[in-house]
Design a binder for this molecule. Structure first.
Ligand code: KIV
Ligand code: ZN
Length: 506
């Protein structure tokens, strides 16, 4: 069987999508998960795009050992330098250079002739040779480019040292048969193609990103670029979980396989959804809430008699726990740790102490603690260090009155600060009081609240995104009290902001 390389761009193309930004701590957490998932390449960011991105790529490069770590750059020396610098410590670095090749991009964006673009691509790839890194070259908007021109560019960059050439459908307009034919053409007509890997990168504007990527694999592509939950520019990138499971379930059709540990898929999807705050639709293939739910009586009957009547893959194969183990206040540490492992949640020993103590508290309040609760506790513990910690809060509200919120916070220096504010409602009043204490007024860009599980004893889960100095910070909070979960979420976002500023010396 052919081995198809999975190039994950959740942290680059995914992260650049509206509402999907992640802070450095979150990116590192996702990168660790991607390594555990077994992706071949983690595209960690675009180092020249901002100092923050460069630092995130550098941090990930210093941690990840098993996957190749890639950074994106334009065909410019300054971008390649930034990328080389960010990847200095990577065990397996890859510099990913791109330049558009389509007539519309050449004329209107780059204002360059095709010949000039070809020279630029070759000199960029040659320039990258000064760094200890593999080189990938992407012909941006390749699908709308003249195929013979792409073959010339690919042939020239392979000769200049590129080990992978990538053929993106940047605007997501391709149709599977057509895309497959193009991939075959490129394979057959690119000089030196046998010396390099051929990659594809499909966007989902017509909902065909996965279909196009799979058609390309059938036509001979060696690498697929994709993102967890399909996040990415506009309608997104091809979804990693769908590609990987299609290649697993229909491996014999493609005569191909990936190196992905599919049992890590569900926890990776949950993690990306939680750090970005972008929910997975219930009917999403492979990882949606209903992906393995059988509602119709005939289907239920069939599945009970024999699972394969209506299931082409098992929930366990993607890491969805069928046996919901309910833990309670009598559950011991061993059972708790076992459940974390089963759920694909990795924590260090210090975090384990903290999460186990919180689990015991929660079990006292809630009687039964299920997998979603445990996941929420682990996510809460993974937030940035607590510059500000919640000490005490109280809210007065009613239909005839405005609301007043009182909050006391504990600063990491040991100082306690208290403030009372009026507001339009309980959350507004308490967030205003927090702002007075921290001495900043970030813009609240998103506030969402939901229940983790059904029932009135469920925990409230709040997600907030705040904007400060052009950057977004996410925070999640979980509590059996919805005001407290809202406070925790806001403080988590504030702490992420404070942490970033401390690291930048601000
Ligand atoms: O969609 C695209 O063309 C890209 C390239 C930079 C690979 O994201
Ligand atoms: Zn893209």
């Amino acid at each position: 069987m052919r081995r198809i390389a999975i190039f994950d761009t959740t942290l680059r193309d995914g992260e650049q999508a509206p509402g999907c930004s992640m802070n450095r701590g979150e990116k590192i957490e996702v990168a660790r998960k991607l390594e555990k998932l077994g992706v071949d390449v983690i595209e960690a960011g675009f180092p020249a795009s901002s100092p923050g991105d460069l630092e995130s790529v550098r941090a990930i490069a210093g941690i990840v050992k098993d996957s190749v770590v890639a950074g994106l750059c334009r065909s410019l020396e300054k971008d390649i330098d930034a990328c080389g610098e960010a990847l200095e410590k990577a065990a397996r670095p890859r510099i990913h250079i791109f330049l558009a090749t389509s007539p519309i991009h050449l004329e209107w964006k780059l204002k360059m002739t095709g010949e000039r673009a070809l020279e630029r691509a070759v000199s960029a790839v040659k320039y990258a040779a000064r760094f200890r890194a593999e080189v990938e070259f992407s012909a941006e908007d390749a699908f709308r480019s003249d195929p013979d021109f792409v073959c010339r560019v690919f042939g020239a960059v392979i000769k200049a040292g590129a080990g992978t050439v990538n053929f993106p459908d940047t605007v997501g307009g391709a149709i599977p048969d057509e895309f497959a034919a193009r991939i075959r053409y490129i394979k057959e007509n690119t000089p030196g193609m046998e010396k390099a890997r051929l990659s594809v990168h499909c966007h989902n504007d017509l909902g065909l990103a996965v279909a196009n990527s799979l058609a390309a694999v059938a036509a001979g592509a060696d690498q697929v670029e994709c993102a967890v939950n399909g996040i990415g520019e506009r309608a997104g990138n091809a979804s990693l979980e769908e590609i990987v499971m299609a290649l697993r379930v229909r491996g014999e059709f493609f005569n191909a396989a990936t190196g992905i540990d599919t049992t890590q898929i569900y926890s990776a999807s949950r993690l990306v959804s939680q750090v970005t705050g972008v929910k997975v639709p219930p009917n999403k293939a492979v990882v949606g809430e209903n992906a393995f739910a059988h509602e119709a009586g005939i289907h239920q009957h069939g599945v009970l008699a024999r699972r394969e009547t209506y299931e082409i893959m098992t929930p366990e194969s993607v890491g969805i726990a069928q046996n919901q183990m309910i833990l309670g206040k009598h559950s011991g540490r061993h059972a708790f740790e076992d459940r974390l492992t089963f759920l694909g949640l990795t924590v260090d020993s210090e975090t384990l102490e903290k999460v186990f103590a919180e689990f015991k508290d929660l079990a006292d309040k809630k009687k039964t603690v299920n997998d979603r609760d445990i996941e929420a506790l682990v996510r809460g513990a993974a937030s940035a260090p607590e510059t500000w910690k919640l000490d005490h809060w109280a809210v007065n509200t009613g239909s005839a009155l405005g609301a007043s919120g009182t909050i006391r916070l504990l600063h990491k220096t040991g100082v306690r600060r208290k403030h009372v504010s009026l507001g339009d409602g309980p959350i507004d009043s308490i967030y205003r009081a927090i702002n007075r204490i921290i001495g900043r007024e970030p813009e609240l860009e998103l506030y969402e609240i939901g229940a983790i599980t059904g029932g009135s004893a469920s925990q409230g889960e709040t997600m907030v995104k705040i904007l400060w100095d052009g950057r977004r910070y996410n925070g999640r909070g979980v509590s059996t009290d919805i005001i407290e979960s809202s406070i925790k979420a806001y403080l988590a976002a504030v702490n992420a902001l404070e942490w970033e500023l401390t690291r930048e010396g601000g």
